[in-house]
Design a protein around this ligand. Structure first.
Ligand code: WT7
Length: 650
């Protein structure tokens, strides 16, 4: 692990401050310290009130939190159904005609899905899953584009107590197969293809390749979206529209135990093998319902919420599906890329649907900045009243641009820090309360205990440190699927009695937190976590590669860029493009190295450990510090010379 905090010390403070406008405060759900005070006075009672107010239960709990470090159970003994909470209760309350999703396909086709339509569809699909042999406790894989059926499939699983494992449609067949195998999923839900940048990308053929590498999938359900040709295997494959035709629209929501597994979501760690993060029912739903409501100051009658994430990531799970639907929100869901047909697509969608809350990622904001202020200026964005950011630290320049050119200078920005593991937002402003500073996620939400510590685990109250979480929270992961040792080892061993998030951060004089990125061997590329080891393993799996070292180097658009140093097997030659494509095939296009340097040797310590920190310094063009521990210093000189000469690929 590289735990060099020098970079943290070097960061300058940003001094601008932005209090919410009087108008925003006057209408905000929370406009004073009351929630903070309440949570500080009694952590469990605070969360208990959220669970009671925001979630409907079939049976009450007997204990709020069972905390047996590092395992927590929340609302122990309570029973509820997540799908009931996201759908039935709104319909029963007379909101059946309220729009759940204004969906917009990339080619411009649209669908409007109301809560009662969504409920019908979910009940039918839950019956379909049952007819395919899916039972409570089984795992179902989902590999879909951004279409309403993704939410339908997830909610149908939740309705019958099957755990879903959604795999981002950009992942390769190999990555999908690895995740299916790890979860031992019975059923796979996919589509023929989806739209991306004006073209149909195939999903079914990738799914077919994946299923060949697995032994547990019994049925594949295929949604027709792309219209591209697919092969359907008799008996195994079923068209969604055909199998739904005969399904009954009645499938009562079965009360689940509060700790019933709701989903697995795979994320990268410091080793090559992705971790199946486990989330359960009652605590997770309480956490995402609470954070959605208060961080986004959500008013169900008037707000139109748009989160630009893909359902394949945790942001899509928590803030497109579960948090918003539990709150009866009306949302925009968009299928495609932000630059089709023009670079103003996002702004045209905001204008068209009169979106009021917009939640996106810093890497996207930096891309919009590159495309120019004339793009948002073409559209009326005055419907917006609040904006969010997630996935990586947002640099003050991007924050200011977002504030001025998208928010018209009037919208609070909630910079939300959290992780796949935390289930929901942990550190963020409350928009009617917090004075924001561009680039700071401000402070922990009411009900969240976060603290910075030094290498020895001593509390840091000012300056740089490692971010830890000190109290259990309802949405916390319940472990890593099939590998509880790794769970302890990864999150609970670095500092005793604390969850270590893997991030460095800094506290300023006013107690504001400034997140500074990962301190371990995990990269953050466009807000997506990719482990260096995973990319190294993919490179080394190519027959011409002997050894590979991968580092994340600062990148103006993507946050970090993947830089690989590769040593080829004796006498072999291979094109950089071939290796980049190989990585795309092994993991997915998001993991393609931006640049590959071929080198006869990698810099190693005398004990043979690759010096990644040094390679990062080279990649970022920094002066190298002490290289005396190197076995052969000339290797680095040569790499440095080449880093200067080689233009990086876009
Ligand atoms: C890692 C978690 C949370 C959903 C999307 C990513 C980084 C996330 C912020 C933020 C600074 C952030 C951290 C974290 N991160 N949000 N607002 N400011 N860093 O989920 O793939 O689980 O990644 O993303 O490094 O550990 P994830």
């Amino acid at each position: 692990m590289n735990e060099d905090l020098n970079g943290i010390e070097a960061l300058a403070y940003e001094l601008r401050k932005f209090p919410p406008s009087l108008e925003f405060v006057a209408n905000a759900l929370v406009s004073d310290e009351s929630l903070y005070d309440e949570a500080a006075a009694n952590h469990e009672k605070f969360w208990e009130r959220q669970a009671r107010e925001l979630v409907d239960w079939n049976e009450p709990w007997t204990k709020v939190c069972e905390w047996d470090l590092p395992y927590s159970e929340w609302f122990v003994g309570g029973k509820l159904n997540v799908s009931f909470n996201c759908l039935d209760r709104h319909v029963l309350a007379g909101k059946g005609n309220k729009v759940a999703f204004f969906w917009e396909g990339e080619p411009g086709d649209t669908r409007v899905v109301t809560y009662s339509e969504l409920l019908d569809e979910v009940q039918k699909f839950a019956n379909v899953l049952k007819s395919l042999g899916v039972e409570k406790g089984d795992r179902v894989n989902i590999y879909l584009p951004m279409i309403p059926e993704a939410a339908v499939a997830m909610l149908a699983c939740a309705r019958i107590g099957a755990a879903h494992s959604v795999v981002f449609g950009g992942f390769s067949s190999q990555a999908l197969a690895d995740r299916i195998n790890d979860a031992e999923a019975k059923v796979l839900i996919t589509a023929d293809g989806g739209w991306r940048r004006g073209e149909v990308f195939p999903l079914k053929s990738q799914a077919d390749d994946a299923v060949k590498l697995t032994s547990t999938i019994e049925h594949v359900v295929v949604v027709k979206r792309g219209g591209n040709d697919v092969e359907m295997q008799e008996g195994r494959d079923h068209w969604y529209h055909e199998i739904m035709e005969t399904a009954s629209a009645v499938c009562p929501a079965e009360p689940m135990d509060s700790e019933q597994l709701l989903f697995l979501l795979y994320t990268s760690g410091t080793t090559g093998k992705p971790k199946g993060i486990m989330h359960t029912t009652g605590g997770y739903l309480t956490h995402v319902a609470y954070t959605f409501k208060y961080v986004f100051d959500h008013k169900p009658e008037t707000d139109i919420f748009w989160c630009t994430a893909d359902v394949g990531w945790v942001t899509g799970h928590s803030y497109i599906v579960y948090g918003p639907l539990a709150n009866g929100a009306t949302q925009v869901m968009y299928e495609g890329v932000p630059n089709f047909p023009g670079t103003d697509r996002m702004w045209s969608i905001i204008e068209k649907y009169r979106a009021t809350i917009f939640y996106t990622a810093p890497t996207a904001i930096r891309t919009y900045m590159k495309w120019g202020t004339q793009e948002p200026a073409k559209h009326d964005l005055s419907s917006l009243r609040l904006m969010g950011s997630v996935g990586e630290p947002i640099n003050p320049e991007a924050w200011m641009w977002y504030h001025e050119h998208i928010g018209g200078g009037k919208c609070p920005i909630v910079d939300t820090w959290w992780q796949t593991e935390t289930g929901g937002i942990m550190i963020a402003p409350l928009p009617g309360v917090t004075v924001t500073k561009p680039g700071s996620a401000t402070r922990p939400l009411p009900g969240v205990g976060a603290e910075l510590v030094d290498e020895l685990g001593r509390s840091v109250t000012k300056g740089g440190g490692y971010l830890t979480l000190t109290k259990p929270w309802p949405g916390m992961l319940r472990g890593i699927w099939g590998d509880q040792n790794r769970y302890r080892e990864t999150y609970w061993s670095r500092f005793s009695d604390r969850y270590f998030a893997g991030d460095g951060a800094k506290l300023d004089d006013e107690g504001y937190l400034w997140l500074l990125g990962r301190v371990d061997d995990v990269m953050n590329v466009s807000g997506h976590r990719i482990s260096t080891t995973e990319v190294e393993s993919a490179l080394v799996s190519h027959p011409s590669v002997a050894e590979a070292a991968v580092v994340g180097a600062s990148d103006a658009t993507t946050g970090q860029a993947i830089i690989a140093y590769v040593t080829l097997r004796g006498g072999l030659e291979v094109d950089e493009k071939v290796l980049r494509d190989h990585v795309a095939q092994e993991i997915g296009a998001i993991a393609k190295p931006k640049t590959i340097y071929f080198t006869p040797d990698l810099p190693k310590t005398r004990s043979g450990k690759i010096m990644r920190r040094l390679l990062r310094d080279v990649a970022e063009g920094r002066n190298l510090g002490d290289t005396t521990t190197l076995a052969d210093a000339s290797v680095v000189n040569e790499l440095q010379r080449r880093a200067v000469e080689t233009p990086t690929e876009d």
